[in-house]
Design a protein around this ligand. Structure first.
Ligand SMILES: NC(=O)c1ccc[n+]([C@@H]2O[C@H](COP(=O)([O-])OP(=O)(O)OC[C@H]3O[C@@H](n4cnc5c(N)ncnc54)[C@H](OP(=O)(O)O)[C@@H]3O)[C@@H](O)[C@H]2O)c1
Length: 232
């Protein structure tokens, strides 16, 4: 069975991706800081008959990241790394004049530095896979200048560039930065608590990610919503 590591898999998009991959027979290594929600996800996912290693921890913790890689190795390797865990830098979001430097550093550590560290830790296993794939979950805020999204958006823009270079350096892998589009999740509610616009559930954009895995287009940046109804 192929093996995926998904960070930030206890809820939201990460959980929806884990459930979808489990339904397709993937074995999974999952993390999140909150142990209870992660265990709940692991229970649901393992009902598919998939092997699941659910390890509570923070992606910024090197020892925890090493545990994730070891768990994947025990399952047989790494075919897919999804760096989905994310920090906003301020909750709710604030304008740059108010953004604490500590908040910006936290967004960079979680969204960017931990992503690179996981890539570095999994590269030998990804190269050994027949279909080694890296998915960096990005955001519209990486490409558009929205007031208050500056720190988070800068960290996601840096992540986009990092994986674009990775794609050049690792032509044997598929490396995709994927913007999932707006979703009704705790992250969005924490970012903009007063927002009342209806937004899609994360499970609604998962088919866009699955299409990437099925069709394996060139490495690059993709929008999951566009993949839902784009030409085939
Ligand atoms: N929601 C949107 O509208 C939207 C739009 C564009 C992009 N995105 C991106 O989509 C991805 C998923 O976000 P979401 O909206 O699904 O958020 P979510 O529902 O809040 O889920 C975030 C997940 O990441 C985990 N997490 C957060 N910080 C972590 C850390 N330091 N170490 C390990 N796990 C951590 C959370 O669990 P714990 O808190 O227990 O750790 C949770 O499992 C993120 O990369 C986000 O930037 C979201």
């Amino acid at each position: 069975m192929p093996v995926a590591i998904i960070t930030g898999a206890s809820k939201g998009l990460g959980r929806a991706l884990a459930e979808a991959l489990a339904g397709r027979g993937w074995d999974l290594v999952l993390d999140a800081r909150g142990a209870r929600a992660l265990a709940d996800t692991a229970g649901v996912v393992s009902a598919h008959g998939t092997r699941v290693s659910a390890l509570p921890g923070d992606v910024t913790d090197a020892a925890h990241r090493a545990e994730l890689v070891s768990a994947a190795r025990r399952l047989g390797g790494v075919d897919l790394l999804v760096h989905n865990a994310s920090a906003l830098g301020a909750e709710p979001l604030v304008r740059l004049e108010e953004l604490s430097l500590e908040g910006l550093r936290r967004a960079l550590e979680v969204n960017l530095v931990a992503g690179l560290a996981l890539v570095q830790g999994t590269l030998p296993l990804l190269r050994a896979s027949k279909a080694g794939t890296v998915v960096a979950v990005s955001s519209d805020a990486a490409a558009e200048a929205y007031a208050t999204w500056g720190g988070y958006g800068a960290s996601k823009a840096a992540l986009d560039h990092l994986v674009a270079v990775l794609a050049v350096e690792e032509p044997g892998l598929r490396v995709w930065a994927v913007d999932p589009g707006d979703m009704a999740t705790d992250l969005y509610a924490a970012a903009v608590p007063d927002d009342r616009e209806p937004r899609p559930e994360p499970s609604a954009v998962v088919p866009g990610f699955l299409r990437l895995l099925d069709e394996r287009p060139a490495s690059g940046r993709y929008g999951a919503p566009a993949l839902l109804d784009g030409p085939r």
